[in-house]
Ligand binder design. Structure first.
Ligand SMILES: [Cu+2]
Ligand SMILES: [Zn+2]
Length: 168
């Protein structure tokens, strides 16, 4: 084998070696009428430490935001207590073990409870978020929701739903 081919071989094999689960979700701003502006995407890949979510978003309010995997593949509005609200079609936080508890990423409640999403002062979000509890099989057909306010990992998951993306 020629020297140059030897040098190329690792590059040729790289896609095979790194063929672990990888996908992304398009994230749209949402309101009580449905999906609105495209804000960007969140790349999703499986690592030895669990699932890594890498946002590439803009146009969000700065600060920390409640961020969860919700159970239904929908970003549609829904009605709650007689009021139409954004993103209710996504349903509750993903909870395959039926714990019924919102305890945050370090707790043993909803598996869909993620660390908060951090948005920079310019409205962009680029800081990856990791979940050690989710596996690639948990993701397809579920929905990522970004909330308007911070999550206290107890009784306040973050208020209204402001952005949404279905994992295809
Ligand atoms: Cu949520
Ligand atoms: Zn939760």
């Amino acid at each position: 084998m020629s020297r140059s081919l030897c040098a190329l071989l690792p590059l040729l094999l790289w896609p095979v070696i790194s063929s672990a689960y990888e996908t992304s979700a398009e994230i749209h701003a949402i309101n009580e009428k449905g999906e609105d502006t495209l804000l960007g995407r969140i790349g999703i890949r499986e690592t030895p430490e669990g699932i890594q979510l890498s946002p590439s978003l803009r146009g969000l309010p700065p600060g920390q935001h409640g961020f969860h995997l919700h159970e239904n593949p929908s970003c549609e509005p829904g009605e709650k207590e007689g009021i139409v609200q954004a993103g209710l079609g996504a349903g509750s936080h993903y909870d395959p073990d039926k714990t019924g508890k919102h305890l945050g990423p370090a707790g043993q409640g909803h598996k869909g409870d993620l660390p908060m999403l951090t948005v920079a002062p310019d409205g962009s979000a680029a800081t990856p978020v990791n979940s050690a509890r989710l596996k690639s099989g948990d993701l397809k057909g579920r929905t990522l929701i970004i909330h308007g306010a911070a999550d206290n990992y107890a009784d306040q998951p973050g208020g209204s739903r402001i952005a949404c993306g279905i994992i295809k």
